[in-house]
Design a protein around this ligand. Structure first.
Ligand SMILES: [Zn+2]
Ligand SMILES: [Zn+2]
Length: 145
């Protein structure tokens, strides 16, 4: 399967289309994604934002520090997140893609926060924290070790 890649929310009010291949596909085990999704682990498909068309008046967003998460204001489906430190990148929830089976994750991020009963027996690399390096600017609680 090749681009365009499409997706949307559960009720169909929000739709998006990416005109190129993703640059990043990962699982995230962090607590912030867990809260936002309600699921024990999240997965994301990252595209260049200028290669994405996102439609839907019902799209709402919630900002927490540099991270902004969007969701459908009608059905509540989580859609994507952006990070101010990652210019021109947008990360869609893998489950929002129309063909989710096509987007096989290549890495687990934030495994330090992985739930102890969650076992995912694959050979993918595990990152203790983020799998995408951000420029400097770390919150005090996230001092590099
Ligand atoms: Zn919706
Ligand atoms: Zn996360």
């Amino acid at each position: 399967m090749t681009a365009p890649h499409t997706g949307g929310c559960r009720c169909g009010a929000v739709r998006f289309e990416a005109s190129a291949e993703p640059h990043h596909i990962s699982y995230c085990h962090c607590g912030d994604c867990r809260r936002a999704s309600g699921a024990p682990v999240s997965a994301f498909v990252g595209f260049m934002a200028d290669q994405v068309a996102l439609n839907g008046k019902s799209l709402k967003s919630y900002r927490n520090g540099p991270v902004e998460r969007s969701f459908c204001g009608i059905c509540g489906s989580p859609i994507a997140y952006t990070d101010q430190r990652l210019d021109n990148r947008i990360y869609f929830m893998l489950g929002a893609m129309d063909m989710p089976a096509y987007f096989r994750p290549t890495v687990h991020a934030h495994v330090r926060e992985q739930l102890p009963f969650l076992h995912m027996p694959d050979a993918l690399p595990r990152e203790l924290k983020t799998s995408v390096s951000r420029p400097e600017e770390q919150r005090p609680s996230e001092t590099q070790s």
